[in-house]
Design a protein around this ligand. Structure first.
Ligand code: NAI
Length: 345
């Protein structure tokens, strides 16, 4: 049995991991706590650790995992901005789940957008209170509006298809535009200037951190709706609050938030929120926040568990080789993986 410390375990993700773990020979040690320098010792005696988006896999954590003999860090998500991949190189292999249900995330982006612009959240609360007034619920048609999609990978492209189904005009920006895709790519500034709605689907990197800042917002159309189901730090939260206060930004739909790590995924209803920016955002009638739930569908949870278990098994039974390794060696992390069938080190 391969022993795996499973950090930040939740009731909704344990059943599929137990199912696939039992099938393939992995014994999970489920831990409610997140991985951090304070909790790394809990992985002692384990061959692998399994982590999620808000676990801290810093230089210090990696070095201590290495010291206690952990061989592989298995991310049960696609994004890996919380892992110091460079530090891990040469010590511990890092694998992820490149795709589990891009439909789940793209559909959630559209769900947030529709909820926001048709005021469904307000209508729901009103009718539960037998308030059938329509005042203040006026929305707008998506048909004929322009959406700017930033990042046209798996999720961005599905959202594009959905938007085309709504009769929207789609423009896009990507650092690596997809050839022969039929997607209308424009420079980023033009996307900001022309879009009624902007949806973010690029990864969080040094280049994209705070890409939506005061300067970017100043270039946008008045009343623009910003949708973020990617990573919170793509947006500078204070700049977004200012944009909303100045009525430049018409609405924001956020599934992710820069400082979500110590807030999201837990019931904090009995506490006073210690984050002024998030408190202000949540208090605004034109902001919808969900707590990083875009991935949360039955299909995605099954796929995540199956791929993660296969990643760990493949690593231990295939001499350290795994298709889904995040390779630091050539500095291109994901692009490299697609061209090789060898291990990173
Ligand atoms: P993907 O890797 O298929 O696509 C990402 C796209 O972004 C690629 O086309 C890439 O060329 C592009 N890109 C890279 N750097 C860029 C830049 N500087 N500017 C513009 N485009 C750039 O990734 P996928 O599967 O579509 O996921 C997108 C993001 O969604 C992930 O990075 C992750 O952060 C987020 N995500 C959020 C989830 C949630 O539950 N809210 C669940 C899964 C993913």
């Amino acid at each position: 049995m391969i022993k795996t410390a499973f950090y930040d375990a939740k009731a909704y993700d344990m059943p599929s991991f137990i199912k696939f773990g039992n099938l393939k020979g992995i014994e999970f040690k489920f831990l409610e706590t997140k991985l951090s320098a304070d909790t790394v010792e809990l992985a002692r005696g384990c061959d692998a650790v399994c982590v999620f988006v808000n676990d801290t896999v810093s230089k210090e954590v990696i070095d201590r995992l290495y010291d206690i003999g952990v061989k592989i860090i298995a991310l049960r998500c696609a994004g890996y901005n919380n892992v110091d991949v460079e530090q891990a190189y040469g010590k511990i292999h890092v694998v992820h789940v490149p795709a589990y249900s891009p439909y789940a995330v793209a559909e959630h982006a559209m769900a947030l957008l529709l909820t926001s612009i048709r005021r469904i959240h307000k209508a729901y609360n009103r009718t539960r209170d037998f308030n059938f007034s329509l005042n203040g619920l006026t929305g707008f048609d998506l048909h004929g509006k322009t959406i700017g999609v930033i990042g046209t990978g798996k999720i961005g492209r599905i959202l594009i298809d959905i938007c085309e189904g709504f009769g929207m005009n789609v423009i896009a920006y990507d650092l690596y535009p997809a050839k022969d895709s039929g997607i209308t790519y424009v420079p980023l500034d033009e996307l900001y200037e022309r879009s009624d709605i902007i949806s973010l689907h690029c990864p969080l990197t040094d280049d994209t951190r705070h890409m939506i800042d005061e300067k970017a917002i100043s270039k946008m159309k008045k009343g623009v709706v910003i949708v973020n189901t990617s990573r919170g730090a793509l947006i500078n939260g204070e700049a977004l609050v200012d944009g909303l206060m100045e009525r430049k930004v018409g609405a924001a739909c956020l599934d992710v938030y820069e400082e979500e790590a110590d807030i999201f995924f837990e019931d904090r209803s009995g506490h006073i929120l210690n984050d002024d920016v998030l408190s202000r955002l949540i208090s605004m009638p034109n902001v919808i926040v969900t707590s990083h739930q875009a991935f949360l569908t039955e299909e995605a949870l099954e796929n995540i568990a199956e791929t993660t278990v296969n990643n760990i098994i493949s690593f231990f039974e295939n001499d350290g080789r795994c298709d889904n390794e995040l390779c630091y060696r050539c500095g291109k992390i994901e692009q490299c993986k697609k061209q090789r069938n060898q291990k990173c080190f």
